[in-house]
Design a protein around this ligand. Structure first.
Ligand SMILES: C[S@@+](CC[C@H](N)C(=O)[O-])C[C@H]1O[C@@H](n2cnc3c(N)ncnc32)[C@H](O)[C@@H]1O
Length: 447
C-alpha cells in the first residue's frame, strides 16, 4: 500500500500548526468524510447529508461541508480518475476511510484552491481522532501529486464532457442524442453552474399565492411567481422554508412547477369526478389534485406502505382528504371503468433530477433502466382499463431518457387502438428552469 511512497521524502519539512486551524473547517472536513462514506455506500447525497447532520451542527460547518460534498458528488468519477492516475492503482485497493479522505482532500485541492498541506493537516486532525495516523503520510503524498496533476486536454465530445463538465461519457452521449451536441453542452454547463431554485406551491384552499408571497416577504423570504404554473412561487433565497410556521400551518408545500404542470394538464379540458393517483407517495401531486378538484373522489395508491404514510402526513398538513390504498399499480384492486382521470407518476430513473441530485450522474446503472421500463409499461397497461370511456390518463416521469418516456408511450399507442395521444411535453433545467420532466396525456376512445 505504501509502495510509491519511497519515491519522495515525504512531509519531513511540514509543521502542523493545529492551533492556527479554523475549528469549523476541521469539523466540516470531518462531516464531509462522513458524507462521502455514506454516499459511496448508498449513492444518495441528500440522505448522506441528513445522516451526517443529524446532530446539532453549527451553520458554518454545515455550509462548508455541504458545499464541499456537492462539488465532490458532481465530480465523483473525475476525482476518482485523478486519484487513480496519481497513485497508479485502483482506488478499491485503499480502505473506504482512506478513499473518503482522499476524495475530500482532492476536491479541496482541485476546486477550492486549497493548499495540499493545509488540507492534509485538516484531514490529519480528523483522522488522528479516529486513530488512523498511519494513513496520514500517504494522504499528504497523494494530495501533493493531485495539486500538480496535469489536466488532460479534451480531444472529443466525450472527453470534453468528462474533464470539463464532469459527466460520464455514456450519459453525455445520451444527452447529445436528446438535445444535440450544443444542447447537451448547454445542459451540462447549466446544471453545474446554476443553483437549483426551491419552489413552493401555495395551498389555494387556505391562501392565495399573492397573500402567501406577501407573508413570506415580511419574514425575509422573498419570492417571485413561477412563469410556468399559477400557484407556484420561486424562492429568491435559500431559506429553509420547512421551518416557517406557514409551512407547519399547511399554507404551502415544496414542489417543482413541472410536477404541478402535470396535474394541471391532467385536469384541464375535462371535469373530473373520480381520480386515481396511482403512484402517489409522498403525495405532492395528490395535494394539488385535491386543491384543483375539491369535489372529486380521490384515491391515492402506492406500492410502498411507509411512503403512503408520508402521503397521509402531507395531506393532513394541507388539510386535505383522500382515500389511501397500498397497492401495486400493475395489478390494481379496482374495477374496470372506475375513474374519469388517472395520474401515473411512474417510478423512474430520476435522471431529470440531475440538477438537484448531482451524484445521480455517477451512481445509476443501465440495468436499472431496463427493469424500470418493464414496470412503467406494466403499470400503464394495467391502469388503462380502469378509465371510463372518454377518461384521461396522464403518464409522467422525472426522467430525461426516451426509453422511459416517448418509447413507452409509442409502444403503448401501437398496441392499444383505443388510446389517443392528446399532448406530450418535455421540460428540462436548461430550457425551463425546472426538474427534467416528461408527461403524455392519453384519452380512452369510446368503443
Ligand atoms: C415518482 S414517485 C411518485 C411521486 C408522487 N407522485 C409525488 O408527486 O409526490 C414514484 C412512486 O411510485 C411508487 N411505486 C413504485 N412501484 C410501484 C408500483 N408497482 N405500483 C405503485 N406504486 C409504485 C414508489 O413507491 C414511489 O412512491
Amino acid at each position: 500500500m505504501f509502495l510509491r511512497f519511497r519515491d519522495e521524502p515525504l512531509g519531513t519539512h511540514l509543521t502542523v500548526n493545529h492551533k492556527a486551524m479554523n475549528p469549523y473547517y476541521i469539523h466540516a472536513i470531518d462531516r464531509a468524510i462522513a458524507i462521502t462514506l455514506h454516499l459511496e455506500a448508498t449513492g444518495d447525497l441528500h440522505q448522506s447529508l441528513d445522516v451526517a447532520f443529524r446532530e446539532n451542527i453549527p451553520t458554518q460547518v454545515r455550509a462548508i461541508a455541504t458545499g464541499l460534498s456537492y462539488t465532490l458528488a458532481s465530480r465523483w468519477g473525475v476525482v476518482n480518475k485523478v486519484l487513480e492516475e496519481v497513485q497508479g492503482e485502483n482506488l478499491t485497493r485503499s480502505s473506504s476511510l482512506l478513499r473518503a479522505a482522499l476524495r475530500v482532500g482532492a476536491t479541496e485541492v482541485l476546486w477550492q484552491s486549497k493548499h495540499p498541506i493545509e488540507v492534509s493537516q485538516a484531514l490529519g486532525r480528523v483522522l488522528r481522532d479516529k486513530t488512523c495516523r498511519k494513513i496520514l503520510p500517504r494522504i499528504r503524498w497523494v494530495l501533493k501529486r493531485v495539486a500538480t496533476f496535469s489536466w488532460p486536454r479534451p480531444r472529443n465530445f466525450q472527453e470534453h464532457a468528462f474533464w470539463t463538465y464532469f459527466f460520464p461519457p455514456q450519459m453525455a452521449e445520451k444527452l447529445k442524442y436528446l438535445y444535440g451536441e450544443p444542447g447537451a453542452l448547454h445542459f451540462m454547463a447549466f446544471v453545474n453552474q446554476e443553483k437549483p431554485t426551491t419552489t413552493i406551491r401555495a395551498n389555494r384552499t387556505r391562501i392565495s399565492p399573492e397573500e402567501l408571497a406577501q407573508r413570506l416577504a415580511q419574514k425575509g423570504t422573498p419570492t417571485k411567481p413561477s412563469p410556468l404554473v399559477e400557484d407556484f412561487l420561486l424562492l429568491e433565497t435559500t431559506h429553509p422554508v420547512m421551518r416557517l410556521e406557514e409551512f407547519q400551518e399547511g399554507l404551502f408545500t415544496i414542489q417543482d412547477p413541472a410536477s404541478g404542470l402535470a396535474v394541471v394538464r391532467l385536469l384541464e379540458g375535462k371535469p373530473a369526478s373520480s381520480i386515481l393517483d396511482a403512484c402517489a407517495a409522498p403525495g405532492r401531486k395528490t395535494g394539488y389534485l385535491r386543491g384543483l378538484a375539491p369535489e372529486a373522489l380521490l384515491v391515492a395508491g402506492d406500492l410502498s406502505f411507509s411512503r403512503l404514510l408520508k402521503t397521509r402526513e402531507e395531506l393532513r398538513r394541507l388539510g386535505h382528504r383522500a382515500h389511501l390504498v397500498a397497492a401495486d399499480g400493475s395489478c390494481p384492486p379496482f374495477k374496470n371503468g372506475t375513474f374519469t382521470h388517472i395520474l401515473l407518476d411512474a417510478p423512474c430513473s430520476g435522471s431529470g433530477t440531475l440538477w438537484s441530485h448531482p451524484e445521480r450522474r455517477w451512481f445509476r446503472k443501465d440495468q436499472d433502466l431496463e427493469n424500470l421500463v418493464q414496470t412503467q409499461k406494466a403499470i400503464l397497461e394495467a391502469l388503462f382499463p380502469l378509465l371510463i370511456p372518454g377518461g384521461r390518463i396522464l403518464y409522467a416521469t422525472c426522467s430525461l431518457w426516451r426509453e422511459e418516456n416517448e418509447d413507452v408511450i409509442q409502444d403503448f399507442l401501437e398496441s392499444h387502438p383505443r388510446a389517443r395521444l392528446i399532448s406530450q411535453e418535455r421540460l428540462a433545467p436548461h430550457t425551463h428552469g425546472t426538474t427534467g420532466f416528461f408527461m403524455a396525456l392519453l384519452e380512452k376512445n369510446l368503443p
